[in-house]
Design a protein around this ligand. Structure first.
Ligand SMILES: Nc1ncnc2c1ncn2[C@@H]1O[C@H](COP(=O)(O)OP(=O)(O)OP(=O)(O)O)[C@@H](O)[C@H]1O
Ligand SMILES: Nc1ncnc2c1ncn2[C@@H]1O[C@H](COP(=O)(O)OP(=O)(O)OP(=O)(O)O)[C@@H](O)[C@H]1O
Ligand SMILES: [Mg+2]
Ligand SMILES: [Mg+2]
Lengths: 226, 226
C-alpha cells in the first residue's frame, strides 16, 4: 500500500522550473487495481518513478508499506525494489546482451533463487505472456510488443506485492493486451498483488477498479469504477 | 508509390529459420493513406524496414518510385531515404545528446537547407505536434509521448513524398493522437504525401482509407474502408 502526501516534483532546466507534479495526495490500498490516466506529459511516469524510489521528490512524503521512500538510502531503496516492487518501464529497459529468459531471471538471481527454480519460473511466465519459443532471443531480435512483454514478465515473475507499470500495453494489439490484463487480474485476485498502471488504453482502464486522472501534474479526479 | 512482389523475410537464429514475412504482394499508390495492422509479432516493423531499405529481403522485389530498393547500394538507399522517405521508428531512435529541435533539424542539415530555414521549419513543426516550448529539451528530459512526437516531427519536417510510421501514436493519449492524425491527414490532402502506418490503435485505423491486415507474416486482408 502506497501513500503520497503533498507530493511535488519540479525539474530544473537551467533557471527554468518545470512543475511535473503538483500537490499529489493519493492513497493506494493492498490489493487495489488502480489506473493512472492523463494526457502525454501530465506526470504519469514521474509519479511512478517517485513511488518506486527511482527518482526523488522536490517536497512531500511517500510511504510504501509504512516506510518513507523519500527518506530511504539508495541501498535500502534498491532492497525494497528487489523484494517488494515490480516495475515495468515505459521504454522497457531490457538488457540487450541477455536473452529474454536471462532478462527475466536477472532479478531472481539477485534474490538468491536457485538456478533450477529460476529457469522453471521464467519459462512459465514467458509462456503466460505468449512468448513461448522466444526464450533465447535477445531483445533486439524481438518485435516491439514482444520486448514489452519480456519487460512485464521480468516485473511479475518473482511475485512482487506491488506492481508499478508504465503504459504496459502501448505496443500490443487488443487481443494480446486482453490476455495480458487477464493474467494480471488473476494475480490481483489470487495473490493479492497491488497494481498501479499508467495507460492511454481504454481496454486497460476497463480492468481497473479505480481511475486516477492526471492533468498538468495535478490529480483531476480519483474515482472508483464498476 | 511502393510495390512489393513475392516479398519474403526469413531471420536466421543459428540453424533455426524464422519466417517473419511470407509472400507479400502489395501496391501502394501516390497519395494513399494506408494502415497496416496485425498482432504483435505479425511482421509490421519488418515490412516497414524492408520498404525503406533499412533491412534487406530474403527474396522478392521492392520498388519505391520505380526503383528496385532490394537492389540498391547502401549509398543510394541512404540518398533515397534522405530525399524521399520519412521514417518514424517504433522506438523513436532520437539522438540523446541533441535537443528536440536539433533532432528535427538533423535531416534538413544533411539536405543542405540553410540555418535560418531549418530553425523556422523545426520550430513550426514542433509547435504543430504540440511541443511548443520544449525545443531545447533533450529526449531524456521529455515524456514518452513527447519523445514520440519529436520522432514524428523529424520524419515529416522536410515534406517527404512517402511517410512510413511504425506505431506513431502508441504512447499518446487519444486527444494528442487525434490532433496528430489531423495534421497528417492535412499533409496527405494538401501535399499529396503517401502514408503507410503500422498501428494497434483503432483511432489511427479510422483515419486511413485502406487497411492491410497482417497475420503470422502474411497479408490476411487488404481492403478499402470508408
Ligand atoms: N528530466 C526531465 N527534465 C525536465 N522535464 C521533464 C523531465 N522528465 C519529464 N519532464 C517533464 O515533466 C512532465 C511530466 O512528464 P512525464 O514523463 O511524467 O509525463 P507522462 O504523463 O508520463 O507522459 P507520456 O504519456 O507522454 O508518457 C512533462 O511535461 C515532461 O516534459
Ligand atoms: N532480428 C530478428 N531476429 C529474429 N527474429 C526477428 C528479428 N526481428 C523480428 N523478428 C521476429 O519476426 C517477427 C515479426 O517481427 P516484427 O517486429 O515485424 O513484428 P511486429 O508486427 O512489428 O510486432 P509488434 O506489434 O510487436 O511491434 C516476430 O516474430 C519477431 O520475433
Ligand atoms: Mg510516461
Ligand atoms: Mg513492431
Amino acid at each position: 500500500p502506497v501513500t503520497c502526501r503533498h507530493l511535488n516534483k519540479i525539474y530544473q532546466q537551467g533557471h527554468i522550473s518545470i512543475p511535473a507534479l503538483v500537490d499529489i495526495n493519493l492513497e493506494i490500498h493492498q490489493n487495489d487495481f488502480v489506473c493512472l490516466s492523463g494526457p502525454s506529459g501530465s506526470g504519469k511516469s514521474t509519479l511512478l518513478n517517485l513511488l518506486s524510489g527511482l527518482d526523488t521528490p522536490t517536497s512531500g512524503e511517500i510511504e510504501v508499506d509504512g516506510q518513507r521512500v523519500d527518506e530511504m538510502s539508495r541501498a535500502n531503496l534498491a532492497e525494497m525494489r528487489l523484494h517488494k516492487i515490480g516495475f515495468v518501464f515505459q521504454a522497457y529497459n531490457l538488457i540487450p546482451v541477455l536473452s529474454a529468459q536471462e532478462n527475466v531471471e536477472f532479478v531472481m538471481q539477485l534474490q538468491g533463487i536457485n538456478r533450477q527454480e529460476r529457469a522453471k519460473k521464467s519459462r512459465t511466465i514467458l509462456k503466460e505472456v505468449g512468448l513461448k519459443g522466444l526464450e533465447n532471443r535477445r531483445p533486439g531480435d524481438l518485435s516491439g510488443g514482444q520486448q514489452q512483454r519480456v519487460a512485464v514478465a521480468r516485473a511479475i515473475v518473482s511475485g512482487p506485492s506491488l506492481l508499478l507499470a508504465d503504459e504496459p500495453t502501448a505496443n500490443l494489439d487488443s487481443q494480446t493486451a486482453e490476455s495480458l490484463m487477464q493474467l494480471l487480474r488473476t494475480m490481483n485476485k489470487e495473490h493479492g498483488t497491488t497494481f498501479l498502471f499508467s495507460t492511454h488504453d481504454k481496454l486497460v482502464m476497463d480492468y481497473s477498479k479505480r481511475l486516477v486522472k492526471l492533468h498538468d501534474g495535478r490529480i483531476k479526479s480519483d474515482e472508483a469504477q464498476a
